[in-house]
Design a protein around this ligand. Structure first.
Ligand code: BYC
Ligand code: FE
Ligand code: FE
Length: 477
């Protein structure tokens, strides 16, 4: 039986949904029991101190094209976190692997149960983690426009957790309910109960990191979700398809946020006779480059090992496809190979690996290309402001904590270096505690409608057709 979904959303239910929740009272009760625990987590670990302020948020009230974004001033705890699956247009099939072309699963096949649960739990864990990482940023926002964007991202990451918890409750029985509880118990950066993936335990305590995170880490989300949108487990495919529509805004926030800082930096450089940006409370290009290096590489880690039997199994069993699998002709990938440099006896040597084992690397390739596109755009804007600075992405081997390069040291160009060389250069290459101190010191809240902090340029236009001086967050009633 297929999951009943329609473009009509049941908004009268405690949990808005288009999955016919009211027809499944047992599941509905289980989720309604999880709801207060979720709200408790949100109150403890979500954005601090803004619970009573109306925020101009978009809420999904329908999954129709164009009809799913409904804007209104809402207090965050009243945001209606719901469960939405993109409706099926035709009978779904398994998109890749050994059974490519066979009908998709509407239930969890026994032999793939553990792998699927692991994928869903891993995906789910990142969502609340990011909210935890960003919980203090409301106190230092550069404008009401940015404050609103932060909160929009936060409530939607909360909704993404709901999306995954629905799958766990509906399809994984007791185990799924236990996992859903655990998702509210782990904490970003906690020594005893950390979040699962590395990037989600790193501190994000100022807005340069926030924008780099939404640019680079949310972009891993885009590629992982796109790979899961090709899943043969149809409820997962359709859930992630809907999540991707929300994700686009997070990426917009990151890319334009960094772009606006970069633009402002070029202007400040020009305005000072010595090109000194910091004496005007700005963010110098070297610091921006170190931030890019830091978050880009932690995000590269999120794709997993370069040579991965997990990835091969996920692909072979049709659980996880490639980015836009339909653009490939061969969906089995049994014959091809992929070449990549590996470290052998202190040298980098090309190695050929079977295509299926390289699926993480193939997804990483597409991610890197997408990041390069953004860098190119920023560099164009820097040149237009009259600066000769060129920002770059470091090599994929640089500053890695997962995969085949993690046990070695590389410079940003990707050349093998000694540990000494790494140690003596790392403060030039990646964000340091002193950098974070400086950034925290310049980030004072700027909450007058239409005003922006000095270290960032205003956006080219407001949101949802509103002016820049619109009251995106109502701080005073
Ligand atoms: N940190 O074969 P390997 C998002 C572990 S972001 C720590 O190399 P595999 C969002 C791995 O678990 C998208 N551990 O990797 C963004 C395994 O452990 P075990 C999130 C790591 O399994 C912003 C071992 O290393 N979604 O949505 O092929 C805001 C060897 O595994 C890391 C997903 O990730 C790491 N970085 O690939 C909000 C999709 N990397 O089993 C939200 C679901 C690897 O040996 N996840 N390990 O103990 C997956 O598809 C895969 O688990 C991964 C790893 C791609 C993450
Ligand atoms: Fe998300
Ligand atoms: Fe996101």
């Amino acid at each position: 039986m297929t999951t009943p979904t329609s473009t009509n959303v049941d908004l009268t239910s405690k949990i808005p949904n288009n999955v016919g929740l009211s027809d499944d009272p047992k599941l509905q009760r289980a989720l309604e029991r999880w709801l207060p625990n979720y709200l408790e987590w949100w109150n403890d670990m979500g954005p601090t101190d803004f619970a009573d302020k109306p925020v101009y948020l978009r809420t999904a009230i329908s999954v129709d094209r164009g009809g799913w974004a409904n804007y209104a001033h809402v207090k965050m705890p009243d945001y209606r976190w719901g469960i939405f699956l993109t409706p099926n247009e035709q009978e779904a099939t398994i998109k890749c692997g050994d059974d490519a072309g066979a009908p998709a699963w509407n239930d969890v096949p026994g032999e793939h149960r553990n792998a699927l649960r692991r994928i869903i739990v891993t995906q789910a864990d990142t969502e609340p983690a990011s909210v935890e990482q960003q919980r203090l940023l409301g106190h230092t926002a550069p404008s009401l426009y940015d404050l609103r964007n932060l909160f929009q991202v936060n409530v939607e990451e909360g909704r993404h957790l709901w999306a995954m918890v629905y799958l766990l409750h509906k399809y994984f029985g007791r185990d799924g309910r236990d996992e859903a509880e655990e998702l509210l118990n782990r904490r970003s950066g906690d020594e005893d109960k950390p979040r699962i993936l590395g990037a989600f335990n790193q501190p994000c305590d100022h807005w340069l990191s926030f924008f780099a995170f939404t640019m680079f880490t949310d972009r891993d989300g885009k590629y992982q979700l796109a790979a899961l949108a090709e899943s043969g487990f149809d409820p997962l495919a359709r859930t992630t398809q809907f999540m991707l529509t929300e994700e686009a805004h997070h990426l917009f926030v990151g890319e334009t946020g960094l772009g606006r800082i970069i633009k402002r930096t070029a202007q400040l450089e020009r305005e000072d006779p010595n090109g000194d940006v910091r004496n005007q409370g700005g963010i110098d290009f070297d610091l921006i480059q170190r931030t890019i290096n830091y978050w880009f590489t932690y995000s590269l880690d999120l794709f997993g090992g370069e040579i991965s039997s997990n990835a091969s199994n996920f692909f072979a069993s049709g659980l996880k496809g490639r980015f836009r699998e339909d653009r490939y002709e061969d969906h089995k990938a049994l014959t091809g190979t992929y070449n990549l440099p590996v470290v052998e006896k202190d040298k980098l040597l090309e190695k050929e690996v079977p295509l299926r084992n390289a699926m993480n690397e193939i997804l990483r390739d597409q991610y890197i290309k997408d990041c390069e596109r953004a860098l190119k755009r920023w560099n164009k804007h820097i040149a237009e402001e009259g600066s000769s600075t060129v920002l770059t992405l470091p090599s994929r081997r640089f500053h890695r904590h997962q995969g085949i390069y993690a046990d070695h040291h590389f410079n940003p160009d990707g050349e093998l270096i000694s540990e000494d060389e790494w140690e003596s250069n790392k403060s030039k290459w990646v964000l340091t505690p002193a950098d974070n101190d400086y950034l925290v010191s310049i980030m004072k809240p700027c909450y007058e409608p239409g005003k922006f902090a000095n270290w960032i340029a205003p956006p080219s236009k407001g949101l949802d057709g509103k002016e820049l001086d619109f009251e995106y967050v109502k701080l005073h009633d």
